[in-house]
Design a protein around this ligand. Sequence first.
Ligand code: CMP
Length: 146
Amino acid sequence: YDERTFVMVKPDGVQRSLIGEIISRFEHRGLKLVGAKALQLDEELAKTHYSEHEGKPFFEGLIDFITSGPVFAMVWEGKDATRQVRRMVGATDPAEAAPGTIRGDHGLDLGRNVIHASDHEDEGANEREIAVFFDEEELLDYEQAT
Ligand code: CMP
């Protein structure tokens, strides 16, 4: 199959009813949704997902925030999906994110930046993050009309 990438609407995005808006953007871009679930992260899962940031000054705040309410985790598939999704998501800091990107249009600040997406500059981050949230049998294999 094409490349898969991991995307998660954060608690601020879920609370502000942005799940549909975000799904629409990826659908319209031609990416294929192969997995999705709403869940509440516990501290252990949050720390596993964000382990690369352990020890950084914002780590504890990040864990508190990401466990503060439900998230919506997804797997999107497509050619060069990780890089494509990152381009649509925009810069980490919404103040720096270009207009037209998800964070540029909806993000409030560094913490409340609406969405997480796998880093395309971190080789294998996409599949590592997918495996934290999804069992392989939860992911769909189907043909998308083009
Ligand atoms: P995300 O792409 O989910 O990856 C780590 C998150 O840490 C990032 O988005 C931000 O929401 C959050 N964060 C908070 N403070 C910082 C910071 N100073 N630098 C980078 N990320 C930060």
